[in-house]
Design a protein around this ligand. Structure first.
Ligand SMILES: Cc1cc2nc3c(=O)[nH]c(=O)nc-3n(C[C@H](O)[C@H](O)[C@H](O)COP(=O)(O)O)c2cc1C
Length: 189
């Protein structure tokens, strides 16, 4: 079951934008992050939730999408995420944030997948601009933005070939391919 969930939980970047996500759904997803491991159990993460078009429109311009797809600037209007969860580090709780946000992000995305949604971790964020656009107090550091929605694209996993190229790509049918290294290449000993 966990293998199926992880396999299904791909990075999606095109969505049925009109398929709204309720605030309560986002709260349930953050609750999964809340229950996840935290270094020293400090729990320094806080979250901003967005699921209305006005707030979403403030977030979208500060995100960069799919760096390897040079000819694709990101999802068009109509295919943009219908919700976001912004993961913040509360610097008043801890100055060192370790890797809590990565774990939280995966918990949220697995929960979203279970609910029939999909999303993408966005680390390439214009942080200053987003901090200003949402009037986020300086005690909070923007760590990651999770884009969420009902996926409108097919994403398939393939095995990295002999060239060793790990860049994801889209074929002529617009199917997004994600090369993953073979298991034996990832285990050192
Ligand atoms: C920490 C982190 C940051 C990422 N940042 C971005 C990003 O800024 N923009 C984007 O389109 N995808 C981003 N991704 C998604 C990766 O590109 C994606 O995980 C990778 O291509 C593998 O695809 P998969 O998630 O379907 O396995 C990020 C993923 C992680 C884990």
């Amino acid at each position: 079951m966990i293998r199926d969930l992880i396999t299904k939980s791909r990075s999606y970047r095109r969505f049925y934008q009109e398929a709204a996500i309720e605030l309560e759904t986002l709260r349930e997803l953050v609750d999964l992050a809340r229950l996840s491991p935290s270094a020293g159990n400090l729990q320094p993460l806080k979250y901003i939730l967005a699921c209305d078009p006005q707030k979403n429109a403030l977030i979208f311009p500060h995100l960069a999408w799919a760096g390897y797809l040079k000819d694709w600037p990101g999802p068009d209007e109509g295919e943009r995420p219908s919700a976001y969860i912004i993961i913040l580090g509360d610097l008043e709780v801890s100055k060192s944030l370790d890797c809590d946000h990565g774990i939280a992000a995966q918990s949220i995305l697995l929960g979203a997948t279970e609910k029939g949604l999909g999303g993408c971790i966005v680390g390439s964020v214009q942080r200053q601009g987003l901090q200003k656009a949402l009037d986020i107090p300086s005690r909070y550091e923007i760590l990651l933005v999770l884009a969420l929605g009902k996926p409108k694209e097919r994403v398939v996993i393939e095995t990295v070939g002999s060239t060793g190229d790990i860049k994801y790509w889209r074929n002529s049918e617009d199917i997004h391919h994600v090369p993953k290294r073979p298991l034996d290449d990832t285990i050192v000993d």
